[in-house]
Design a protein around this ligand. Structure first.
Ligand code: SF4
Length: 442
């Protein structure tokens, strides 16, 4: 006689914020799935809705509160987790019916709250989890979180107070996770943390055995070992500490993608000092030039804040000149926005909104021109492209090694109907605009 299995409770998840939060959501869901819970893609089918919040900027907080309100209205049984867990009182004042509020990466607590609110019917048959864990990103790329928290205290940032000091994962655990992801179809690993170059500092770069060899908990060693696994390896949130120079030869060797995401935030030393940024030493321009000598195709992506308190027109012009010389490949910019609890809010000389807007527009215009020139120079070349999506009209969208998903440009392909998501193909570049490329598989 067949065993009739009890239906497990279904969990819905709303994941807000940055890729790091997405990784947390994946971990929570993986744990719940391994505990036997089922997932629901909509509010109606869920027994519990988890809202994984972001509280980095005031605008993100508002978005989180709206998401909680929507989940309460649509479902009613809501557990809140993530960065806004620090503000449990505010959440409970506004939504007295939330079942539980837990903080960022308190996996046990949020999972425990789910167990309390919707207990699992006992059944050994419900314990099913894919080996790679459960993913919210497409199968062909995966975020790989190597550490949590941050030892810096940038004046505009509240992440250390939300997430604590740096805690690095063991290198063997990271490599094991990467190996599983690749076995499950991942072709691109996106290494993330708050400060990738600081990886292992907290555990004194202690080595661990991995496939018979010792691997230090150090960015260079980890990058090399990840590179040997055969997927694309893309490094995010790298600060330009001197040892970053050692990673560039790995790019030249093809072990790591020639791509660095370095959140410079500014170039003026006065502003960087007010921001209390790490690795704020001179000679970055010189080092970028040297990196390009070693790995000529290296794409450098960065973000900048304009209108930081105390930023003068001279500081801003310095930044513009610096950008002109640095010729960064990809640039994102933000107008300064005070974040509740951040030290920068107490700084004098706030920049008026209209000046922030004007500087933002100037910076975006300059960086779009630099990007357009750089992409024009790629016309006629053949580049490797990873396919993100294939459409019904025979076209496809992908990314070159210079493009991270979501934040950089794309490569639009024609005559690509035979391709599949996750394929890595050679593409002849035929055209370009400010941010994207156009080409055909060869
Ligand atoms: S490096 Fe600065 S901006 Fe980044 S998480 Fe740490 S304190 Fe925040």
């Amino acid at each position: 006689m067949a065993t009739i299995l009890p239906s497990p409770p279904k969990i819905g998840m709303v994941s807000l914020g940055c890729p790091k939060n997405l990784v947390d959501s994946e971990r929570i869901l993986t744990k719940l799935r391994s505990d036997g819970y089922a997932m629901s893609a909509d509010y109606a089918g869920a027994d519990i809705v988890l809202v994984n919040t972001c509280g980095f900027l005031d605008s993100a907080k508002e978005e989180s509160l709206e998401a909680i309100g929507e989940a309460i209205a649509e479902n009613g049984r809501v557990i809140v987790t993530g960065c806004m867990g620090k503000e449990a009182e505010l959440i409970r004042d506004r939504f007295p019916n939330v079942l539980a509020v837990t903080g960022a990466h308190q996996y046990e607590e949020v999972v425990g709250a789910v167990h309390d609110a919707a207990p699992m019917p006992p059944s050994a048959f419900l314990n099913l989890v894919p080996d790679s864990g459960l993913k919210l990103t497409p199968r062909h790329y995966s975020y790989l979180k190597i550490s949590e928290g941050c030892n810096h205290r940038c004046s505009f940032c509240i992440i250390p107070s939300l997430r604590g000091d740096l805690v690095s994962r063991r290198p063997d655990a990271i490599l094991r996770e990467a190996e599983k992801l690749i076995a499950a179809g991942t072709r691109e690993l996106l290494v993330i943390s708050q400060d990738t170059s600081a990886y292992g500092v907290d555990i004194r770069h202690q080595p661990r055995m991995w496939h018979g060899d010792e691997v230090r908990a150090h960015m260079t060693d980890l990058s090399r070992e990840l590179g040997k696994l055969g997927a694309w390896v893309r490094l995010h949130y790298v600060y330009p500490y001197p040892h970053v120079d050692q990673v560039i030869p790995l790019m030249a060797e093809g072990l790591v993608l020639p791509y660095l995401d370095i959140p410079f935030q500014h170039a003026s030393r006065t502003v960087l000092k007010l921001m209390r940024r790490p690795a704020n030493e001179a000679k970055v321009l010189e080092r970028i030039k040297n990196w390009r000598l070693v790995a000529p195709d290296i794409a450098i992506r960065s973000t900048f804040v304009v209108g930081f308190p105390g930023e003068t027109e001279d500081d801003f012009k310095y930044l513009m000149d610096w950008l002109e010389e640095a010729q960064l490949d990809r640039v994102g910019a933000f107008r300064f926005e005070p974040v509740e609890g951040a030290a920068a809010n107490d700084l004098p000389d706030a920049v008026p909104e209209e000046i922030k807007e004007e500087r933002y527009a100037r910076l975006m215009e300059l960086t779009a021109r630099i990007s357009a020139d750089k992409l024009q120079a790629k016309i006629g070349r053949t580049l490797d492209v990873i396919v993100d999506a294939v459409d019904a009209e025979g076209g496809a969208t992908g990314r070159s090694k210079a493009d991270a998903p979501e934040i950089d440009g794309e490569v639009f392909l024609r005559d690509a109907g035979h391709l599949q998501q996750g394929d890595i193909v050679a593409v002849e570049i035929e055209d370009a605009d400010d941010h994207d490329l156009y080409g055909v598989p060869v």
